[in-house]
Design a protein around this ligand. Structure first.
Ligand SMILES: *[C@@H]1O[C@H](CO)[C@@H](O)[C@H](O)[C@H]1NC(C)=O
Length: 389
């Protein structure tokens, strides 16, 4: 039976971040590969104003998307020039790299890692407001939005991580993403979705929102647009508490700072593709962790078989140390699904379970440093990264 090949692809639908190899700060020799820094990017909007160094870089994926990545080379108190282990931060669905910097510098993982001596790289997948360009296509074309998380794994993660690694280690190239990664830490990991309890998502699935949008020719899914707001309204429509939309979608977050909502909404949610939503809804309906289902004839064309190939978590090599944090109130990454993910891995990951945490708490909880990040940083530092130079 054919299976999806790249083990790294298995990691993608997770809300994840990854630690790369040790950076040797050789970016000066590679400076020519970046276009001039954008003045309206994430660095200028959010990171530099908080007093942190930040540089903008652009990478091109194999299929022509131009992705922006940011580098926060050191913290406020730590110095540049010294070798720091690199960390690559990857956001989740409808989010962008800003999500790691959205709270105060004592509360946000991006700032905390920089202040703990890490060289922080921040990914932004195609379609997000920071990665809206393509070599040939414009965002107004249907073809620009013709992807799901499968392509994000196959092309975006690869391009961003290899760039980060290459920037750090000059000509260091590896054919496979897992080869470039020393350890992975995942927050609220998602691979199976069939136990999802999110009232909002379940209602959207029942209404066939994904198929409806596709048949209407809406290929960009942007909840900030007029259409997007209408979609949200029509799903709520007296069936759930839309005054608390965030909880309806992500679960009860114990430690979310409501008075900061307007600030979060300046950047989030980010656009994604309707095809991506459709792929995720396929997983919810079928309980699979598989490639995009094109239907009978489409699958024969794309995969030479009737059903899309599944991803097999046991393809992830057990040499890759994994850390996972997950919460009892997470309405997207349900405990049953997370436990199935854990059981599917060859090696047992290090786990941090927090009973009263919802999906968003892992990024935005005002207590995340105490509850989550301290443990996480201990894991990252324990990977003997410091001994490898
Ligand atoms: C919540 O957000 C507000 C507005 O940004 C801020 O002033 C306050 O300090 C935050 N509260 C906590 C506990 O971080």
């Amino acid at each position: 039976m054919e299976r999806a090949r790249s083990p790294a692809s298995n990691l993608l639908p997770f809300l994840l971040f990854i630690i790369g190899r040790v950076s040797c700060s050789l970016e000066a020799t590679l400076g020519g590969t970046s276009p001039p820094p954008a003045t309206d990017g994430l660095c200028a909007a959010l990171i530099r104003p908080s007093g942190y160094p930040c540089s903008e870089h652009t990478v091109e994926t194999k299929d022509g998307y131009l992705l922006s990545i940011q580098r926060v080379q050191h913290g406020k108190k730590t110095l540049g020039g010294m070798p720091h282990p690199s960390v690559f931060l990857q956001h989740g669905l409808f989010q962008g790299g800003d999500t790691w910097f959205a709270n105060s510098f004592e509360q946000s993982l991006g700032f905390i890692l920089a202040d703990n001596g890490f060289d922080v790289w921040v990914g932004n997948v195609r379609g997000t407001r920071w990665s809206h360009d393509h070599t040939r296509l414009s965002i107004h074309e249907k073809a620009f939005w013709d992807w799901s998380w499968q392509e994000l794994a196959q092309y975006d993660l690869q391009a961003m991580i290899s760039y980060g690694t290459i920037m750090g280690l000059a000509a260091f190239t590896m054919p496979d993403i897992v080869e470039m990664v020393d350890a992975a830490a995942l927050l609220c990991p998602i691979s199976y979705l069939d136990h999802i309890t999110s009232t909002f998502v379940l209602r959207a699935v029942a209404l066939h929102l994904d198929q409806m949008l596709l048949s209407l020719g809406i290929h960009e899914l942007n909840f900030r647009s007029d259409t997007g707001i209408q979609i949200l309204d029509s799903i709520c429509d007296g069936h759930m508490d839309c005054n608390n939309l965030l909880a309806s979608i992500t679960g009860d977050n114990c430690c979310f700072n409501l008075s900061r909502m307007d600030y979060y909404l300046k950047f989030e949610p980010h656009p994604s593709s309707t095809k991506n939503l459709h792929h995720l809804f396929q997983m919810i309906r079928k309980g699979t962790f598989a490639k995009y289902d094109y239907g009978y004839w489409g699958n024969l064309k794309h995969y030479h078989r009737v059903h899309p190939p599944s991803f097999d978590l046991s393809d992830i090599p057990d040499s890759l140390p994994i850390w996972m944090g997950y919460g009892g109130h997470d309405a997207l990454a349900d405990i049953t699904d997370v436990e199935r993910t854990i059981a599917g891995l060859k090696s047992k990951p290090e786990l941090l379970y927090i009973d009263n945490y919802g999906h968003i708490d892992f990024i935005l909880s005002v207590k995340a440093e105490d509850d989550v990040y301290r443990e996480l940083i201990r894991f990252l530092k324990s990977r003997e990264l410091y001994s490898s130079y």
